[in-house]
Design a protein around this ligand. Sequence first.
Ligand code: G3P
Length: 217
Amino acid sequence: MKFFVDTADTAAIAELNALGLLDGVTTNPSLILKSGRPMDEVIAEICGLVEGPVSAEVVATEAEAMIAEGHKLAGIAPNVAVKVPLTWDGLKACKRLTGEGHMVNVTLCFSAAQALLAAKAGASFISPFVGRLDDLGLDGMAVIRDIRLIYDNYGFETEILAASIRTVNHVIEAARIGADVATVPPGVLKALAQHALTDKGLASFLADWQKTGQKIL
Ligand code: G3P
């Protein structure tokens, strides 16, 4: 499974990237707002830090305007993936932009039916939002499961990018299903390393080591 980090915080991206953990980055207008920085500047900086795809989202709602914004965003760096919403116009923009050779991430996907259309439109990535479905008492992971089944049935190459990930369990469940990518907030990515028994075991080993009176260095 590939890990993307879902943030526009360049310090967090640099830290995770130094560990070799990152296969890409996703941003959205809310994350750009949170960064407090101009979008073109922050996307350029992220693209310089990370080799993999960096999603930058259009804000136009009409296909031709989305395509024009997509061209501008794709011009920032070769590893920009243009993010478009899963609307009828977004699908038109996806078809055109992928036809021109750009990577396209179709976002705000909440159903397998939407994901099927995105694959037909040639999307590089489909982003089903697991957490936002769970927030409504629905089963976000069931959508990932259905998309995996449908894409495999027909050999669609669109990568399933599990998004709106809120917990370690979301990551593990998406991996069990075979989502190609999980885009994960930095805090959840770090939480993957945590286990109470690791902390307890380490404390006990260190206490015993202290009693030996030895030093390694
Ligand atoms: O980037 C899209 C997605 O991951 C947003 O997640 O937590 O705002 O639902 P969230």
